[in-house]
Unconditional design. Structure first.
Length: 178
């Protein structure tokens, strides 16, 4: 199966994005993939913001992206913009770091109006890093997360996204093997 790295911009495990990441991890593991999660909030902030690739944690984070077959980018959306920490990490990647990898964008936010952040902000950022196999992601409203659990509707949507992503991962693996 494929090696997947989830880049989590969740401010905490219990935040809506943290719950979304947990659900996604579970779905991808159930599908047989090796899933690792990089919690951007745990990276050394100064090293991240000053782009210090000599910092072992930053170097390992970038190396994890470069080794993965697939990348899930999960971010909360604030005022129609994704997490600044997620952007800081993605900015550290080489220009074509996401080329040939399946990429699944996921986001959470307070209202449907923030959905534009995926199409008009996150997708261009991913494309600037060479993402050529971006799977249609999901935007989960914060109100669909209660007491650490996604609603049935949100879970079904995320399951669909995970299935689309799994299909893209199969394509990536076949291309690498061929």
């Amino acid at each position: 199966m494929a090696d997947v790295l989830i880049i989590s911009g969740a401010p905490s495990p219990t935040a809506a994005t943290g719950v979304l990441v947990s659900c996604t991890q579970q779905l991808l593991r159930e599908a047989g993939h090796a899933v690792h999660t990089l919690h951007v909030r745990e990276l050394p902030t100064i090293s991240l913001l000053t782009e210090d690739l000599r910092d072992p944690a930053i170097g390992n984070a970038v190396g994890g992206v470069l080794k993965a077959d697939g990348i899930v980018v999960a971010s909360p959306v604030y005022r129609a913009a994704y997490s600044g920490l997620v952007k800081s990490l993605l900015d550290l990647l080489p220009k074509k770091a996401l080329r040939g990898r399946a990429v699944l964008p996921l986001a959470t936010g307070g209202n449907q109006g923030f959905l534009v952040a995926m199409d008009y902000a996150l997708h261009p950022l991913l494309a600037s890093k060479g993402a050529d196999q971006v799977v249609r992601g999901e935007f989960v409203l914060d109100r669909h997360v209660e007491h650490g659990v996604l609603s049935a509707e949100a879970t079904a949507a995320v399951r669909g996204a995970a299935e689309r992503f799994a299909g893209a991962l199969t394509t990536v693996r076949l291309r690498k093997a061929g």
